[in-house]
Design a protein around this ligand. Structure first.
Ligand SMILES: *Cc1c(COP(=O)(O)O)cnc(C)c1O
Length: 432
């Protein structure tokens, strides 16, 4: 594409792009029809909080669960009303409690770690691998203690954590592994599906995820006992354990984590679209990845050999020592070209107020807790550096964007990188 001006928009030049980008929307006639059928039936949920046929939900919920289990080759798929609920139920099902430590990533959505606190245990943060942004066998090893009971590994940005090593540690120490695959449905790790690599796996069906039904989630496991416990916790466990003949009551205070028939019907249609939507994401993200890999100082998404990346977002590592300006300045200049970038992802969880002020009812404040966990700045330097200085990401490659849109996104970053010297303070000459 011919550009009349290379002058940066931030310095008064013509932006690469002025039109807004289309919003990702995967909801179509199929979802409308499915939702309409449920509405016409008048039965918007089939759940009953008693030990009865309704304990496992209505026909749409069961159909979705069966299809999900088939799609991912797992014994049990248990729908829930969010991945957050699914993570909490998984921690509970695993029998985690006061005095226990659970190793978790600090660089993830906050809910990945909160289940641990909710059940009175202590999150111990392991640093991330600078290539995958996931916790790794090496960093987990450093976080182990005699109190470690479980590991929650997150497949961040759509790339699986390095599970072989994680499982090996877990097996040798008798730990439960929970996989937070909210961002990675259909990603692969050595011919196995992300989400199905640990003892329990959790997917999200919230509006922002690859497929969605507004709000929703799925827990998967091959373990019959864990599956039963998740089903109980999803649906008022305390009210049914007697009739169900369940005797191990640890953590079996239940919730209403149930998915409605309406949501299940929509999610069922979305699941049919999963492979096509992922293929579209991969195509778009790889187009940008190839263009930006050629730019000194930028390192877009690494894919571990044997894995596939499903690009919930395309993360790029920014090296200010090569580009000569801070990430903030670079991102401002790209935004001025009409292409917003998101900087940093989330602040490492332990730096957030709830951890800094140790505002927990139990966890490390409990008398059962014999360890000395630290939430000080510096405990996970890689996550801190990614957040503060190095990482930016975009989702402007999603299905629904055109080839021209992708060109503009790629070009905006290239243009700023090639003119970056002009952004160094002092060289800057604003147009009068
Ligand atoms: C979105 C997300 C969640 C929470 O999903 P909900 O369905 O909104 O509860 C948990 N973990 C990660 C990594 C996520 O990206």
């Amino acid at each position: 594409m011919v550009r009349t001006s290379t002058r940066l928009a931030l310095l008064g030049g013509t932006p690469v792009r002025t039109r807004p980008f289309a919003v990702y929307n995967t909801i179509g006639a199929e979802e409308r029809r499915a939702a309409d059928e449920v509405l016409s039936s008048g039965v918007l949920s089939g759940f009953l909080g008693t030990w009865s046929d309704g304990f496992l939900g209505g026909p749409r919920v069961r159909d979705l669960e069966e299809a999900w289990a088939d799609r991912f080759g797992v014994r049990h798929a248990i729908s829930v009303n969010s991945a957050t609920s699914g993570l909490y139920a998984s921690v509970a099902a695993a029998g985690i409690g006061p005095g226990d430590e659970v190793i978790v990533s600090p660089y993830t959505m906050s809910a990945s770690a909160v289940g641990v606190l909710l059940y009175g245990a202590t999150p111990v943060f392991a640093d991330i691998d600078p290539r995958t942004y996931c916790i790794s066998p090496e960093t987990i090893q450093q976080a182990l203690s005699p109190r470690t009971r479980a590991i929650i590994a997150v497949d961040l940005f759509g790339h699986p954590a390095d599970f072989d090593g994680i499982i090996e540690i877990a097996r040798s120490k008798g730990l439960v592994v929970i996989e937070d695959a909210a961002q990675a449905p259909a990603a692969m790790y050595k011919r196995r599906w992300a989400g199905c690599l640990g003892d329990l796996g959790v997917f999200s069906l919230n509006f922002h995820k690859t497929i969605h039904c507004g709000e929703g989630g799925m827990v998967v496991t091959n373990d019959d006992r864990l599956a039963e416990r998740v089903r109980l916790i999803r649906n008022h466990a305390e009210a049914v354990v007697k009739d169900a003949g369940v005797t191990d009551l640890k953590n079996l205070i239940g919730f209403n984590y149930r998915l409605s028939e309406l949501h299940a019907a929509i999610a069922r249609e979305q699941l049919r679209k999963l492979d096509r939507l992922v293929a579209g994401r991969v195509e778009g993200a790889e187009f940008l990845r190839e263009r930006w890999a050629a730019i000194p100082g930028l390192a877009p998404a690494w894919v571990q050999p044997g894995c596939t990346h499903t690009y919930y977002v395309l993360a790029v590592q920014y090296d200010a020592s090569v580009l000569g300006v801070p990430r903030r300045r670079f991102a401002e200049a790209v935004a001025a070209e009409g292409v917003p970038l998101t900087e940093g992802y989330v602040e490492p969880l332990y730096l957030q107020p709830i951890y800094q002020q140790r505002a927990f009812h139990c966890g490390p404040n409990c008398e059962q807790y014999k360890g000395q966990v630290s939430y000080s700045r510096g405990i996970c330097p890689v996550a801190e550096e990614m957040y503060a200085e190095r990482l930016f990401y975009t989702t402007l490659f999603q299905p629904g964007l055109t080839k021209d849109d992708l060109q503009d996104v790629a070009t905006a970053v290239e243009k700023v990188a090639s003119e970056v010297a002009k952004l160094r303070r002092g060289d800057e000459v604003m147009r009068p």
